[in-house]
Design a protein around this ligand. Sequence first.
Ligand code: TMP
Ligand code: ASP
Length: 246
Amino acid sequence: MKKGELLYSGKAKSVFLTDDPGQLILYFRNDTSAFDGEKVEQLNRKGMVNNKFNAFIMERLAAAGVATHFEALLSETESIVKRLDMIPVECVVRNIAAGSICKRLGVEEGIDLEVPTFEFFLKNDALHDPMINEYHIRSFGWAGADEVEIMKSRTFEVNEILKALFREAGILLVDFKLEFGRYGDAILLGDEFTPDGCRLWDAKTREKLDKDRFRRNLGRVVESYEAVALRLGLDVDLPVTSAAAQ
Ligand code: TMP
Ligand code: ASP
Protein backbone atom coordinates (compact mmCIF):
# COMPACT_ATOMS: atom_id res chain seq x y z
CA MET A 1 0.00 0.00 0.00
CA LYS A 2 1.33 3.40 -1.03
CA LYS A 3 0.89 6.65 0.90
CA GLY A 4 -0.66 9.37 -1.25
CA GLU A 5 -1.53 13.05 -0.90
CA LEU A 6 -2.64 14.78 2.27
CA LEU A 7 -6.44 14.76 2.26
CA TYR A 8 -7.16 16.68 5.44
CA SER A 9 -5.35 17.96 8.47
CA GLY A 10 -7.18 18.23 11.78
CA LYS A 11 -6.01 19.56 15.14
CA ALA A 12 -4.13 16.42 16.15
CA LYS A 13 -4.23 14.07 13.16
CA SER A 14 -3.58 14.27 9.43
CA VAL A 15 -5.33 12.03 6.92
CA PHE A 16 -3.60 10.77 3.77
CA LEU A 17 -4.98 9.10 0.66
CA THR A 18 -3.56 5.73 -0.39
CA ASP A 19 -3.47 3.86 -3.70
CA ASP A 20 -6.61 2.05 -2.51
CA PRO A 21 -9.67 4.36 -2.78
CA GLY A 22 -11.28 2.54 0.17
CA GLN A 23 -8.39 3.11 2.56
CA LEU A 24 -6.80 6.09 4.28
CA ILE A 25 -3.78 6.60 6.50
CA LEU A 26 -4.29 8.37 9.82
CA TYR A 27 -1.15 10.11 11.04
CA PHE A 28 -1.23 10.93 14.76
CA ARG A 29 0.79 14.11 15.32
CA ASN A 30 2.29 15.40 18.57
CA ASP A 31 0.04 18.48 18.42
CA THR A 32 -2.22 18.72 21.41
CA SER A 33 -5.08 21.16 21.35
CA ALA A 34 -7.76 22.28 23.74
CA PHE A 35 -10.60 24.79 23.84
CA ASP A 36 -11.38 24.26 20.15
CA GLY A 37 -7.84 24.91 19.04
CA GLU A 38 -7.19 28.00 21.22
CA LYS A 39 -4.43 26.24 23.15
CA VAL A 40 -2.02 24.15 21.05
CA GLU A 41 1.29 22.57 22.08
CA GLN A 42 3.61 19.86 20.81
CA LEU A 43 3.93 17.02 23.29
CA ASN A 44 6.80 14.66 22.66
CA ARG A 45 5.74 11.02 21.95
CA LYS A 46 2.02 11.83 22.02
CA GLY A 47 1.41 10.86 18.39
CA MET A 48 3.03 7.48 18.90
CA VAL A 49 1.23 6.83 22.20
CA ASN A 50 -2.18 7.81 20.81
CA ASN A 51 -1.69 5.78 17.63
CA LYS A 52 -1.03 2.62 19.65
CA PHE A 53 -3.65 3.44 22.29
CA ASN A 54 -6.29 3.91 19.59
CA ALA A 55 -5.32 0.66 17.84
CA PHE A 56 -5.59 -1.25 21.13
CA ILE A 57 -9.06 0.14 21.93
CA MET A 58 -10.38 -0.24 18.37
CA GLU A 59 -9.26 -3.89 18.35
CA ARG A 60 -10.97 -4.51 21.69
CA LEU A 61 -14.16 -2.92 20.40
CA ALA A 62 -14.05 -4.99 17.20
CA ALA A 63 -13.54 -8.16 19.27
CA ALA A 64 -16.64 -7.19 21.27
CA GLY A 65 -18.67 -6.82 18.06
CA VAL A 66 -18.48 -3.06 17.38
CA ALA A 67 -17.72 -2.34 13.71
CA THR A 68 -14.94 0.23 13.35
CA HIS A 69 -12.88 1.80 10.55
CA PHE A 70 -9.58 0.56 12.03
CA GLU A 71 -7.61 -1.91 9.93
CA ALA A 72 -3.99 -2.06 11.10
CA LEU A 73 -1.05 -0.20 12.56
CA LEU A 74 1.21 0.98 9.74
CA SER A 75 4.05 2.60 11.68
CA GLU A 76 4.78 4.08 15.10
CA THR A 77 2.53 7.07 14.36
CA GLU A 78 0.28 5.87 11.51
CA SER A 79 -2.68 3.54 11.09
CA ILE A 80 -4.61 2.25 8.10
CA VAL A 81 -8.36 2.83 8.24
CA LYS A 82 -11.34 2.40 5.96
CA ARG A 83 -12.39 5.58 4.19
CA LEU A 84 -15.71 6.70 5.68
CA ASP A 85 -18.16 9.41 4.75
CA MET A 86 -18.07 11.11 8.16
CA ILE A 87 -21.24 12.31 9.90
CA PRO A 88 -20.37 15.79 11.28
CA VAL A 89 -21.64 15.19 14.81
CA GLU A 90 -19.93 14.15 18.04
CA CYS A 91 -21.57 11.59 20.29
CA VAL A 92 -20.80 12.03 23.99
CA VAL A 93 -21.71 9.64 26.80
CA ARG A 94 -21.11 10.60 30.42
CA ASN A 95 -21.04 8.37 33.50
CA ILE A 96 -19.81 11.02 35.93
CA ALA A 97 -20.38 14.80 35.71
CA ALA A 98 -17.31 16.69 34.45
CA GLY A 99 -16.40 19.32 31.86
CA SER A 100 -19.02 21.23 29.92
CA ILE A 101 -22.04 19.63 31.61
CA CYS A 102 -20.94 21.07 34.96
CA LYS A 103 -20.83 24.62 33.56
CA ARG A 104 -23.99 24.21 31.53
CA LEU A 105 -26.14 22.74 34.31
CA GLY A 106 -24.34 24.18 37.33
CA VAL A 107 -23.62 20.72 38.75
CA GLU A 108 -20.58 19.71 40.76
CA GLU A 109 -17.74 17.80 39.10
CA GLY A 110 -17.60 14.18 40.23
CA ILE A 111 -21.30 13.42 40.71
CA ASP A 112 -22.05 9.81 39.71
CA LEU A 113 -24.93 9.93 37.24
CA GLU A 114 -27.96 7.72 38.03
CA VAL A 115 -27.79 6.41 34.46
CA PRO A 116 -25.29 7.31 31.72
CA THR A 117 -26.38 10.39 29.78
CA PHE A 118 -26.00 11.17 26.08
CA GLU A 119 -25.36 14.41 24.18
CA PHE A 120 -24.83 15.32 20.52
CA PHE A 121 -22.51 18.19 19.52
CA LEU A 122 -22.03 19.70 16.08
CA LYS A 123 -18.45 19.30 14.88
CA ASN A 124 -17.63 22.96 14.24
CA ASP A 125 -14.69 24.66 15.99
CA ALA A 126 -15.66 28.15 14.81
CA LEU A 127 -18.97 27.73 16.66
CA HIS A 128 -17.25 25.94 19.60
CA ASP A 129 -19.00 22.61 18.91
CA PRO A 130 -22.52 23.65 20.01
CA MET A 131 -24.75 21.07 21.64
CA ILE A 132 -27.51 19.95 19.26
CA ASN A 133 -30.37 17.46 19.47
CA GLU A 134 -31.49 14.72 17.13
CA TYR A 135 -34.10 16.95 15.50
CA HIS A 136 -31.33 19.35 14.42
CA ILE A 137 -29.42 16.41 12.95
CA ARG A 138 -32.43 15.26 10.97
CA SER A 139 -33.70 18.75 10.03
CA PHE A 140 -30.38 19.84 8.57
CA GLY A 141 -29.82 16.47 6.93
CA TRP A 142 -26.59 15.67 8.78
CA ALA A 143 -27.92 12.15 9.36
CA GLY A 144 -31.17 10.20 9.07
CA ALA A 145 -33.37 8.89 11.86
CA ASP A 146 -31.99 5.35 11.57
CA GLU A 147 -28.42 6.65 11.62
CA VAL A 148 -29.15 8.73 14.74
CA GLU A 149 -30.47 5.63 16.51
CA ILE A 150 -27.45 3.57 15.47
CA MET A 151 -25.00 6.25 16.70
CA LYS A 152 -26.78 6.45 20.06
CA SER A 153 -27.06 2.73 20.66
CA ARG A 154 -23.47 2.05 19.51
CA THR A 155 -22.10 4.78 21.77
CA PHE A 156 -23.93 3.31 24.78
CA GLU A 157 -22.65 -0.14 23.77
CA VAL A 158 -19.07 1.17 23.58
CA ASN A 159 -19.60 2.71 27.03
CA GLU A 160 -20.46 -0.67 28.56
CA ILE A 161 -17.50 -2.41 26.88
CA LEU A 162 -14.95 0.26 27.79
CA LYS A 163 -16.28 0.94 31.30
CA ALA A 164 -15.59 -2.72 32.07
CA LEU A 165 -12.16 -2.66 30.37
CA PHE A 166 -11.03 0.42 32.32
CA ARG A 167 -12.64 -0.79 35.58
CA GLU A 168 -10.41 -3.90 35.47
CA ALA A 169 -7.42 -1.53 35.32
CA GLY A 170 -8.69 0.48 38.30
CA ILE A 171 -9.75 3.41 36.10
CA LEU A 172 -13.11 5.19 35.87
CA LEU A 173 -14.40 6.05 32.40
CA VAL A 174 -15.95 9.44 33.21
CA ASP A 175 -17.02 10.45 29.68
CA PHE A 176 -15.94 10.19 26.05
CA LYS A 177 -16.66 11.36 22.52
CA LEU A 178 -17.14 9.19 19.43
CA GLU A 179 -17.59 9.99 15.74
CA PHE A 180 -19.22 7.75 13.15
CA GLY A 181 -19.23 7.53 9.36
CA ARG A 182 -20.89 5.70 6.51
CA TYR A 183 -19.17 2.82 4.73
CA GLY A 184 -21.51 1.51 2.02
CA ASP A 185 -24.71 0.65 3.87
CA ALA A 186 -22.98 0.34 7.24
CA ILE A 187 -22.32 2.90 9.97
CA LEU A 188 -18.83 2.36 11.42
CA LEU A 189 -17.07 3.91 14.37
CA GLY A 190 -14.47 6.32 12.98
CA ASP A 191 -11.96 8.88 14.24
CA GLU A 192 -10.15 7.73 17.40
CA PHE A 193 -10.49 6.63 20.99
CA THR A 194 -7.56 8.01 23.00
CA PRO A 195 -7.13 9.96 26.27
CA ASP A 196 -7.43 13.11 24.11
CA GLY A 197 -11.16 12.46 23.68
CA CYS A 198 -12.27 10.98 26.97
CA ARG A 199 -11.96 11.52 30.71
CA LEU A 200 -10.26 8.83 32.78
CA TRP A 201 -9.82 9.02 36.56
CA ASP A 202 -7.93 6.73 38.88
CA ALA A 203 -10.70 4.78 40.64
CA LYS A 204 -9.14 5.16 44.11
CA THR A 205 -7.73 8.69 44.07
CA ARG A 206 -9.84 10.18 41.23
CA GLU A 207 -6.61 11.64 39.84
CA LYS A 208 -7.12 12.90 36.26
CA LEU A 209 -5.28 10.73 33.70
CA ASP A 210 -6.54 12.28 30.43
CA LYS A 211 -6.36 15.50 28.38
CA ASP A 212 -7.71 17.51 31.33
CA ARG A 213 -4.07 17.35 32.52
CA PHE A 214 -3.22 19.47 29.47
CA ARG A 215 -6.31 21.70 29.65
CA ARG A 216 -5.59 22.50 33.31
CA ASN A 217 -1.77 22.59 33.11
CA LEU A 218 -1.37 19.66 35.51
CA GLY A 219 1.78 18.38 33.76
CA ARG A 220 2.82 14.77 32.94
CA VAL A 221 0.28 14.54 30.10
CA VAL A 222 1.84 11.91 27.83
CA GLU A 223 3.38 10.09 30.83
CA SER A 224 -0.12 9.72 32.16
CA TYR A 225 -1.48 8.39 28.82
CA GLU A 226 1.36 5.83 28.80
CA ALA A 227 0.62 4.81 32.38
CA VAL A 228 -3.04 4.22 31.46
CA ALA A 229 -1.91 2.11 28.48
CA LEU A 230 0.34 0.01 30.72
CA ARG A 231 -2.48 -0.52 33.22
CA LEU A 232 -4.59 -1.84 30.29
CA GLY A 233 -1.74 -4.22 29.36
CA LEU A 234 -0.40 -2.20 26.43
CA ASP A 235 3.32 -1.42 26.29
CA VAL A 236 3.68 1.46 23.81
CA ASP A 237 7.45 0.97 23.71
CA LEU A 238 7.05 -2.30 21.80
CA PRO A 239 7.74 -1.63 18.10
CA VAL A 240 4.92 -1.95 15.58
CA THR A 241 5.08 -5.40 14.00
CA SER A 242 1.76 -5.76 12.19
CA ALA A 243 1.74 -7.32 8.73
CA ALA A 244 0.97 -3.88 7.26
CA ALA A 245 4.25 -2.54 8.65
CA GLN A 246 6.46 -5.19 7.02
P1 TMP B 1 -17.11 18.24 27.28
O1 TMP B 1 -17.17 18.04 28.75
O2 TMP B 1 -16.12 19.30 26.85
O3 TMP B 1 -18.47 18.44 26.65
O4 TMP B 1 -16.53 16.89 26.64
C1 TMP B 1 -17.06 15.63 26.98
C2 TMP B 1 -16.09 14.55 26.54
O5 TMP B 1 -16.01 14.49 25.13
C3 TMP B 1 -14.66 14.80 27.02
O6 TMP B 1 -14.08 13.55 27.35
C4 TMP B 1 -13.96 15.41 25.85
C5 TMP B 1 -14.71 14.85 24.67
N1 TMP B 1 -14.84 15.80 23.58
C6 TMP B 1 -13.83 15.88 22.63
O7 TMP B 1 -12.84 15.14 22.72
N2 TMP B 1 -13.94 16.78 21.63
C7 TMP B 1 -15.01 17.59 21.49
O8 TMP B 1 -15.04 18.38 20.55
C8 TMP B 1 -16.07 17.49 22.47
C9 TMP B 1 -17.28 18.37 22.37
C10 TMP B 1 -15.94 16.59 23.48
N1 ASP C 1 -12.77 20.63 21.94
C1 ASP C 1 -11.76 19.69 22.37
C2 ASP C 1 -11.07 20.09 23.64
O1 ASP C 1 -11.32 21.13 24.21
C3 ASP C 1 -10.76 19.45 21.31
C4 ASP C 1 -9.97 20.68 20.90
O2 ASP C 1 -10.43 21.78 21.03
O3 ASP C 1 -8.86 20.50 20.47
O4 ASP C 1 -10.28 19.32 24.11
